[in-house]
Design a protein around this ligand. Sequence first.
Ligand SMILES: CCCCC/C=C\CCCC/C=C/C(=O)SCCNC(=O)CCNC(=O)[C@H](O)C(C)(C)COP(=O)(O)OP(=O)(O)OC[C@H]1O[C@@H](n2cnc3c(N)ncnc32)[C@H](O)[C@@H]1OP(=O)(O)O
Length: 308
Amino acid sequence: MAAVLRRGFRLVSFGSSQLLCGGCKHGRTSSLSICSTSSRNSSSSSSSSSSHVKVDLDGSTGIAVVKFQSSPVNSMSLDFLTELCISLEKLELDRSCRGVILTSALPKIFSAGLDITEMYGKNPEHYAEFWKSVQEIWLKVYGYSKIAIAAINGSSPAGGCLVSMACDYRIMADDPRYRIGLNEAQLGIVAPFWFKDTMVNTVGFRTTELSLQFGLMYSPSDALKIGLVDQVVPEENVLSTATETITKWLAIPDHAREISKSMMRKPMVDRLLASRESDIKNFVNFITKDSIQKSLGFYMNSLKQRKA
Ligand SMILES: CCCCC/C=C\CCCC/C=C/C(=O)SCCNC(=O)CCNC(=O)[C@H](O)C(C)(C)COP(=O)(O)OP(=O)(O)OC[C@H]1O[C@@H](n2cnc3c(N)ncnc32)[C@H](O)[C@@H]1OP(=O)(O)O
């Protein structure tokens, strides 16, 4: 595992094409992976669980279900992002896995997005490390060589929406209370170019323009209308629909699907890879501004007051 983690992003030759293959390089992996438990049975199915992520791989189908289990709202902390990245990396390297379904083990929430407490009241070094892990999860999911389907069984703002959009296909529960979208503007922060580009590639330019400026959050039916999700189904059917859907994708020869995916996504992945350091600097400069810290503090308080 350590060898896997030490490796950076690389390109793997595949016939005449090069596929993207990510590496999770947080340098803070050992304590997290030690906490995980795993088991493997005779049909090469396996389960593993760490504090934020649970993985069940069915060796007979090649489908892995990756469940977020970070109470109360699956907010993406540094630890959460690290564990998720490691889990996805392991599955990417596991020949018995051909596709993953990302979903939540918690009721009503897919993910509350990036953990705001990681971006508030901390020092610049922490912000840089956190942002690097955000970049890594996007690079991992967007450039994933295997099939990735989001089974969105709850609300999915901002970073939750980004991870969903980075998958190949999105199925959302039809509960009208759930919302999905890039709402950063409502927090007084700005989605960076690779969030924006991921959305443009999903729903088109004009819809993204409106969504980002207003920080719009969509109900499942509206998300379906604009193409932010591909299917809306009753909540109890989200996982089974995701499994049926991934089975259809599995009927396509892996190499043809992988090369097609890479052809579509590699330019965007390369753009972030080429500007990671400047993107981190931009983030740190932005997030350390007094006015931005004030906005985030105000937003956190409003979340707490809404509850009271
Ligand atoms: C031009 C250059 C640009 C450079 C880059 C600059 C900027 C960077 C952009 C950064 C991109 C950011 C992406 C993000 O993902 S920001 C996070 C956005 N997320 C949200 O706005 C979601 C906020 N949460 C909610 O709306 C709700 O909590 C909910 C997810 C719908 C769930 O509602 P409910 O079940 O009613 O739970 P509560 O609201 O009661 O929440 C329970 C506790 O969890 C805390 N919480 C909620 N969300 C977060 C979060 N994202 N991070 C941290 N903590 C969160 C909430 O405060 C409650 O805590 P408490 O129990 O202590 O009160």
